[in-house]
Ligand binder design. Structure first.
Ligand SMILES: Cc1ncc(COP(=O)(O)O)c(C=O)c1O
Length: 370
């Protein structure tokens, strides 16, 4: 008897619905242009500086014997970059969001969560046991109504991304800060896609808007081209998460080698206005080229994320396959990553793309659209 026989049934059901995901090739074939990574500054392919000497593994949870000087150096560097009091490293953005939100909010609290928040924020909200008020995407009035309704709650939290990963749009952060202050709520902002990319010295959209979130989450795996993540805020927040964030406490500390590399990458990103300018040029050219080809990019999207909604999973997969045939890798994004009826190509710009690459990519889109 095979106790897991139902798995094949579920996979077949997913295949029938056009939602089965099959692993892509381990690396894009040579010559293929990648327009779906989060490697916005083009750092992911860089080797680590040879003078970086550090232990490869932490060996244990940071609370046991896995706390290394490299972790502390990285946390100081990140905090200084973002002008926050402190930061705490996590092994991924997923772990940071699940761990932080679930540790901070409790049953009896209300979390006001944007409808398009990342799965890791959603999972953190669910794990916390708090009441979750999902509000329409970017709807500050809905946030306010939810906060008014939550007046009697133990505590109130507003959770949002700053640059939404799948839609490439941005909430009115100063308005959210003002609502949080007025209703005694804490503002939690995931800056995964904005750090390195937006704001002065790449410090993100909160910094650009002059907003201080109570909790700021950033990743090392996107524009910084490494792996891992952090939560930044007050020293008290860091100590609290050190004690209470289960994905931190009950997990091996991130590799000290990666932590040390992140010191280098944060310094590099902070100084790299040239890469940000290249990224802006690439994104603008892609946007205008795609619009000229009649690809309806999502209104409201801006910057390096260019979502082209094709609605059905089949249409998104077919266009992705046609693009692959034309030498351009853009994976189809389907439910449950995005809501039903909004399957899409999430096209991303990178400073690593040369002008020739961008023109070749647009020629690939032209061919795929024919
Ligand atoms: C908004 C957002 N937050 C968090 C994550 C998770 O980050 P990581 O890939 O480091 O787990 C992602 C990446 O998918 C993301 O898009």
């Amino acid at each position: 008897m095979n106790a897991l026989r139902h798995l094949q049934d579920e996979l077949s059901e997913m295949e029938r619905a056009g939602l089965l995901r099959t692993p892509p090739a381990a690396a894009a074939p040579a010559g293929m242009l990648v327009l779906c990574s989060n490697d916005y500054l083009g750092y992911a392919g860089l080797p680590l500086p040879s003078e970086l000497a550090s232990a490869s593994g932490a060996g244990a949870s940071r609370l046991v014997s896995g706390n290394h000087e490299a972790h502390l150096m990285a946390e100081r560097e990140i905090a200084a970059w973002l002008e926050m009091e402190a930061a705490l490293l996590f092994s991924s953005g997923y772990a940071a969001n699940v761990g932080a939100v679930a540790a901070l909010a409790r049953p009896g609290d209300v979390i006001v969560s944007d409808a398009l928040n990342h799965a890791s924020l959603i999972d953190g909200c669910r794990l916390s046991g708090a009441t979750i008020e999902v509000v329409r995407h970017l709807d500050a009035e809905a946030v306010e109504s939810a906060l008014v309704r939550a007046r009697g709650a133990r505590r109130r939290w507003v959770v949002t991304e700053s640059l939404f990963s799948m839609d490439g749009d941005t909430p009115d952060l100063p308005h959210l800060r003002e609502l949080c202050d007025r209703h005694d709520a804490a503002l939690v902002v995931d800056e995964a896609h904005a750090l390195g990319v937006c704001g002065p010295r790449g410090t993100g959209l909160c910094a650009e808007a002059g907003v201080r979130p109570d909790v700021l989450i950033g990743t090392l795996g996107k524009s910084l081209g490494l792996h891992g993540a952090f939560v930044a805020g007050s020293s008290t927040l860091r100590t609290y998460l050190w004690n209470r964030a289960r994905s931190f406490v009950y997990s091996t500390g991130i590799s000290p080698m990666v932590a040390l590399a992140s010191v280098d990458r944060v310094r590099r990103a902070a100084a790299d206005d040239a890469a940000r300018a290249r990224l802006t040029r690439v994104a603008r050219r892609l946007r205008s080229g795609l619009q000229a080809l009649g690809a309806p990019l999502l209104p409201g999207s801006s910057g390096p994320i260019l979502p082209w909604v094709l609605k059905s999973p089949g249409a998104a997969v077919e266009m992705s396959q046609r693009l692959a045939g034309a030498g351009v890798l853009v994976q189809a994004i389907r439910p449950p990553t995005v809501p039903a009826g909004t399957s899409r190509l999430r096209i991303t710009a990178s400073a690593a793309l040369s002008e020739t690459d961008v023109e070749r990519a647009l020629a690939g889109f032209r061919e795929a659209l024919r």
